[in-house]
Design a binder for this molecule. Structure first.
Ligand code: SIN
Length: 352
């Protein structure tokens, strides 16, 4: 009888521990960088405001509901408009996130960020964060003092998405206006609308509604992941973008040839085509050892290999689905490992 009582006691203790473990909320750590979500203006209706004014504590105070879904902590990395984003901030973010996951400091990370370069930071992180745990970027199109500010709901949705078990292997995503878009394929498509963020290919991965996450489909890009080790990097190779247009003149490219650039992205015409005035300069750049990537100024569709341009002959790289600004990030990171254009083309081929 005594033995039975002690067994029952042990069972009850185990069940209590199990239930306590189940009731434990996931830990979501917020890294704040500024942006309109932390912006403030003097009028609730005017369009004038300054980004990056409000600290993370104040942002979180406006959305106490996040504490119902997660243990939330915050850390201010910078407080800037994302138009001023730098390589240094990107390196800081990647190193900090890798450290958080390696030390098990949190189950997921949310980054508050301006929308102007959010797609670039999301793409950067998708190439440099080693873990597949959720890293959810969020911002706002209306400042924190505007009427119908979108920041609080966006922030709540981002924490909901980060905390959900179904997000455990989804990696980097953007949570804006109720939808979730993978970091590799997200783009800002409208200068002022709250529904500005869209997926360049394949559509959103899911959405958040009423405090719940709904994933639409399995996500193939995670299988083809490439991760660059930035732990020892303090600086990135210099890579610039040249934007093509009718009648462009060759001297536009002078800084590329003489400015210490290691690579150039040509935001070309149509399927990455190059004006005849510019072609010889890009050939010369390549002869000087500068990597040349053909991308396109057209907002959708791939820049494909060997179409009107014989990439093999000129040792040019086709950007596949990557926009010029994302191609720049992949080329910078590629150049930290190799200058072999064929190997770099293989990296770009992961983004068909
Ligand atoms: C910024 O990118 O920091 C300003 C614009 C915005 O957040 O929407």
């Amino acid at each position: 009888m005594k033995q039975l009582t002690s067994r029952l006691g042990l069972l009850a203790l185990m069940m209590t521990l199990c239930m306590a473990a189940m009731a434990q909320k996931p830990h979501v750590h917020i890294l704040a960088t500024g942006g309109t979500i932390a912006g403030a203006g003097s009028s609730t209706t005017g369009s004038n405001y300054t980004a990056g004014q409000v600290a993370i504590g104040t942002l979180l105070d406006a959305v106490p509901e996040v504490n119902d879904v997660a243990e939330v902590t915050g850390e201010q990395i910078v407080n800037i408009g994302s138009q001023d984003m730098t390589d240094d901030v990107w390196l800081t973010l990647s190193k900090r996130i890798n450290e958080i996951f390696e030390n098990n400091e949190a189950d997921a990370v949310v980054i508050t960020h301006g929308t102007d370069t959010m797609e670039e930071t999301a793409f950067w992180l998708s190439l440099t964060v080693k873990s597949k745990r959720p890293v959810v970027l969020v911002g706002a199109m209306r400042s924190s003092t505007a009427m119908s500010a979108d920041g609080p709901l966006n922030l709540y949705n981002a924490v909901v998405a980060a905390a959900d078990k179904a997000s455990a292997d989804k990696g980097v995503m953007v949570a804006m206006n109720g939808i979730l878009i993978p970091g590799q394929i997200v783009s800002k498509t409208n200068t002022t609308s709250v529904e500005t963020f869209q997926a360049s290919t394949g559509g959103p991965i899911g959405y958040v509604f009423g405090g719940k996450v709904y994933y639409n489909m399995s996500y193939g890009l995670t299988a083809q992941r490439i991760v660059f080790d930035v732990s020892n990097l303090t600086k990135l190779p210099k890579v610039g973008i040249i934007y093509a247009y009718s009648n462009i003149e060759a001297d536009m490219l002078d800084p590329i040839l003489n400015g210490g650039y290691k690579g150039v992205i040509h935001a070309g015409l149509g399927n990455g085509n190059i004006h005849k005035n510019v072609f010889p300069v890009l050939e010369k750049a390549r002869e000087q050892g500068i990597l040349v990537v053909r991308s396109s100024r057209v907002p959708s569709g791939n820049t494909t290999l060997d179409a009107e341009v014989d990439d093999n002959k000129y040792e040019f790289i086709a950007s596949q689905s990557l926009s010029p600004q994302k191609a720049r990030i992949l080329l910078m990171l590629s150049l930290t490992t190799t200058t072999d254009w064929q190997q770099i083309q293989k990296y770009f081929n992961l983004f068909m």
